[in-house]
Design a protein around this ligand. Sequence first.
Ligand SMILES: O=C(CO)COP(=O)(O)O
Length: 274
Amino acid sequence: MAKQLDNKFIRTPLIAGNWKMNMDHQQAITLLQKLAWTLKDANHDFERVEVAVFPPFTDLRSVQTLIMGDKLKVKHGAQDLSEHDSGAYTGDISGAFLSKLGCEYVLVGHSERRQYHGEDDEICAAKIKAAFKHELAPVLCIGEGLDVRQAGEHIQFTLAQLSGALENLVGELTEAQLGSLVVAYEPVWAIGTGEVAGPAEAGEMCTAIRGRLTELVGEEVAQQIRVLYGGSVKAESIAALMAEEDIDGALVGGASLDATEFANIVRFEHHLMR
Ligand SMILES: O=C(CO)COP(=O)(O)O
């Protein structure tokens, strides 16, 4: 979320861990407990840097129970949702169910869903709408593949994904809803490869995303929307990324499965003593 100070919006950094298809519900409890203890020992200020985890669907009830029971300040979300509320959609998960499980966020259009499940901008738009309907803040994932990057067309490609998902929705959403949106720039060539985008390159893209958001929703709302970077983020690379003006956090994959490493990413301002 963003706070207004002297007519300037201060966006609270968000460090989010996308566990993907890893950690059953028992492993999820162990990982989340270790993360919570590590951050508590470091006196982490969750108001200063927000922390969220995105476990597999089967873990969400266990995660919700642990967070509620131990009053943890870690937030949680889901990795996907159906564009439908209920009905004959075998295997799909409704945003209504996710909201009941305490989810505050939901990923929409992750590149792996675009790749393996054929999710396009139209489906992403429908999922964003469903997310807001069920009071979930959507995290819209966009980003180019290696071929597009090598062709030097990565900025227009990524901005087209952003516009494709949002432009027909803007008139139906409130400013509060739009301001709660999160956009995650995740260049596909950096996901799972160990090749993190350089801060300048990631920063340039996120500034371009902020510019397109301004065109779509206006300056005031665009300044509230957090733009994250994702793609091989590690404790050693996060600080330089966060120094970029339009990067408000990270969507972390592999490194989020290691509580100490992820806690060091969260504590990017002052890494934990190893
Ligand atoms: O896809 C990602 C997060 O959603 C990034 O994954 P990695 O951090 O493993 O590259």
